[in-house]
Design a protein around this ligand. Sequence first.
Ligand SMILES: Nc1ncnc2c1ncn2[C@@H]1O[C@H](COP(=O)(O)OP(=O)(O)OP(=O)(O)O)[C@@H](O)[C@H]1O
Ligand SMILES: [Mg+2]
Ligand SMILES: [Zn+2]
Length: 230
Amino acid sequence: MKLITANMKSRSYLDDDFLDYDPDCPECRDGWIRKGERVGRCLCGKKKDTYRRIIELNKIYPIADRLREKSFENFKPKTDSQKQAMELMQSGKACYLFGPWGSGKTHLLSATMNKLQDEYIMALLISAPWLFEKIRRDLFNNWEIEVLETACKIEYLCIDDIGKEKPTGLIEEKLFMIVDRRLNEGKRTSFSSNFPLDDERLNLDNAIKSRIHEACEIIFVNGSDYRKIK
Ligand SMILES: Nc1ncnc2c1ncn2[C@@H]1O[C@H](COP(=O)(O)OP(=O)(O)OP(=O)(O)O)[C@@H](O)[C@H]1O
Ligand SMILES: [Mg+2]
Ligand SMILES: [Zn+2]
């Protein structure tokens, strides 16, 4: 039975090697397909693998229920810049969203993560202070590889509230490694911050700022504090 549909082909987890195969896993006996000597995961097998990885990821980096509810459908832009930010995030581009408190930045990052995870794409939202804490713990435990490896494997990473806390020494170095490696591997990283990239109040190393410039659309998300006007 032919399992490959146009819709499935567009998914990023597909491996081109297998697109021409007629899977011999009639939906889905064991998650594998065979062609001659070669055997590989079928499409449903790959989908299940990614789903399992997302579940594991969410165990290590739990997402608050409140953020799970955020979507593009329940984001109601009130300003042009909010509309533009929403459209760019919806298009899947990596963005650096900056703007005042309560203008919807975290909402848009959460909506992006939720949408991508629903499509079986490895996506994660983590706040910068929490990411730094994870790095700190790894360094303390000499497991520095764990968070670095995870952060680099994720297909679309959202780092919330960057530049709020000044990363010190080793933590800044690790953050640089994450941002730099993700950029080199063509993996998307979006950020939120209260400050523009060139603002002195943004606690971030120039080498990281420069890479964000290269990799992201820089968007001012303007608007009144939604927390107050709701
Ligand atoms: N345009 C919007 N439509 C619907 N809800 C919104 C909108 N903008 C903000 N909100 C809601 O208002 C609250 C605050 O928004 P959010 O946390 O995204 O702000 P923020 O820009 O990240 O602020 P901060 O800079 O303080 O972190 C959230 O509950 C969010 O869902
Ligand atoms: Mg926020
Ligand atoms: Zn299958």
